[in-house]
Design a binder for this molecule. Structure first.
Ligand SMILES: Cc1cc2nc3c(=O)[nH]c(=O)nc-3n(C[C@H](O)[C@H](O)[C@H](O)COP(=O)(O)OP(=O)(O)OC[C@H]3O[C@@H](n4cnc5c(N)ncnc54)[C@H](O)[C@@H]3O)c2cc1C
Length: 439
């Protein structure tokens, strides 16, 4: 027999858990169907290399309004990694060595010129399509825009590597408008954008945030319950999941990542504006690696180029005997983060004095329930698809960091989208004559 409930949420990542919390607090019955055997989705704190490491999303900031409100709500502690005492970068094949300030000075002219029109194109980051002429710049990839600047080899490598750290993909696949959106969210300051996206993390891991939201939600969260198909009309939907169980709901919230959406068997089919970007895929397709090395070493930061398997590496944990580094590369097919020899080799671009003891990470690109790391749109995806991606289709609503306005692809964006979906669903349910929310 088919079970019934008010709302089904597909996915127990941050967007899904926020939607569930907001709706249960309004008195609705909510069932969350999660494919994995854990909650959190692309945030995942796991004990490896002797630390609680963030395998997925990590950094957050007080300029990110939605996530910071959650930090305050649950009284979560925020911390940071050690300050870098030395920095390495490349000029051609030559390794340069200096301070982090030297490196920031090196990239500053390129960053400033690249982003000088940010607030012209995106005066309101909460409305990224407010200036309709943004379609003119949305056709460009970041590489083209960097090439226009005619930077010296030093500056070019450094700027490219810094952007790989941000975009986790080949720069010719990533739309320039992503850079504008991130910088607009930081009020036009690239320095603030840089800080907001890569310095401060939760002292007890993203796990502490995710668990707090889930406990507060009090929803019926069913792990190991992949959704297979959804049949829907204007008033309700029937979902088939797990080993063939069915459940009917007045509203469904789909929170699966953009790259996986097209795989859900949905009848009637979703509009083109939702399916086409899912088939085209994101521009981001990179890796995040964790690396344990023998100490003592000084905390350091290093940038290579976008063409190296690892473009950025830095010290995130350190003591007298060892350090744990975090690193990013543009292309997951170029580096298996669990292959210690490959990682050791990748580090040699900067220094061959590091003794690599252990490495770890997760191949989010190969993971069937993510197939992406954090969303960076390809050229034209913002202007062609975002509006359609945010809209509901009858009883189906969509929440995901991938479809957020202010900090798209961040934990903050997942929360923003969860709030929006919950508000719309509550309004729709209470407006419907046939449906009386449980109290
Ligand atoms: C390596 C990495 C580093 C990152 N770094 C940062 C960072 O430093 N700061 C930051 O703010 N953000 C970062 N992010 C991005 C951030 O983690 C994500 O944007 C955010 O967590 C996405 O939340 P979500 O709820 O929208 O999607 P998800 O977390 O992907 O949640 C979707 C859920 O749906 C489930 N699901 C998928 N298919 C099905 C199905 N068929 N049936 C049922 N369930 C299904 C998934 O298992 C998942 O739990 C990073 C991400 C990665 C991967």
């Amino acid at each position: 027999m088919t079970e019934t409930t008010d709302v089904v949420v597909v996915g127990a990542g941050v967007a899904g858990l926020i939607t569930a919390r907001e709706l249960t607090r309004k008195g609705l019955n909510v069932v969350v169907l999660e494919a994995r055997d854990r909650i959190g989705g692309r945030t995942w704190t796991d004990h490896r290399l002797g630390h609680d490491l963030e395998i997925g999303g990590t950094w957050l900031h007080w300029t990110q309004p939605h996530v910071w409100a959650e930090v305050t709500r649950y009284g979560l502690d925020v911390t940071r990694g050690p300050r870098s005492e030395e920095t390495f970068w490349l000029a051609g094949d030559e390794v340069r060595h200096g301070t982090l300030e030297d490196f920031m000075e090196l990239i500053d002219p390129g960053m400033t010129r690249l982003l000088e029109d940010t607030m012209k194109w995106i005066p309101r980051p909460d409305q990224p399509l407010k200036v309709r002429e943004i379609a003119e710049v949305d056709q460009f990839n970041l590489q083209e825009m960097l090439d226009e600047l005619d930077l010296s080899v030093d500056e070019r490598n450094a700027n490219e590597a810094a952007w790989v750290g941000h975009f986790n993909g080949p720069l010719d696949k990533c739309a320039y408008t992503n850079a504008l959106r991130w910088t607009a969210a930081a009020a036009g300051s690239w320095h603030l954008m840089h800080e907001a996206s890569a310095i401060f993390r939760l002292a007890n891991g993203t796990r502490s945030l995710v668990n707090a939201i889930a406990q507060d939600a009090g929803a019926d969260i069913r792990l190991g319950s992949p959704v297979r198909s959804i049949e829907h009309d204007a008033d309700s939907a029937e979902i088939t999941y797990g080993a063939g169980e069915t459940i009917r709901a007045a509203r469904v919230v789909i929170t699966v990542p953009m790259n996986t959406l097209h795989q859900l068997d949905i009848t009637p089919a979703l509009p083109e504006g939702k399916i086409r970007p899912s088939l085209e895929k994101t521009g981001s397709r990179g890796v995040k690696a964790w690396i344990r090395v023998r100490g003592p070493i000084k905390p350091f930061f290093a940038y290579s180029t976008q063409h190296h398997p690892l473009s950025v590496v830095r010290t995130e944990y350190i003591n007298d005997t060892e350090a744990v580094l975090v690193a990013f590369g543009a292309d997951s097919t170029r580096l298996d983060v669990n292959d210690i020899d490959a990682v050791r080799e990748a580090l040699k671009v900067w220094r061959d004095d590091l003794e690599v003891l252990e490495t770890t990470g997760h191949d989010w690109m190969a993971d069937e329930y993510s197939q992406e790391t954090w969303l960076i749109q390809q050229p034209r995806q913002l202007t062609q698809y975002l509006e359609a991606q945010q809209q509901n289709t009858g009883a189906l609503h969509f929440a995901s960091a991938d479809y957020a306005n202010v900090w798209p692809c961040f934990i903050d964006g997942a929360i923003e989208s969860g709030f929006n979906a919950a508000r719309e669903i509550y309004a729709a349910i209470t407006a419907s004559a046939q449906l009386t929310p449980a109290t």
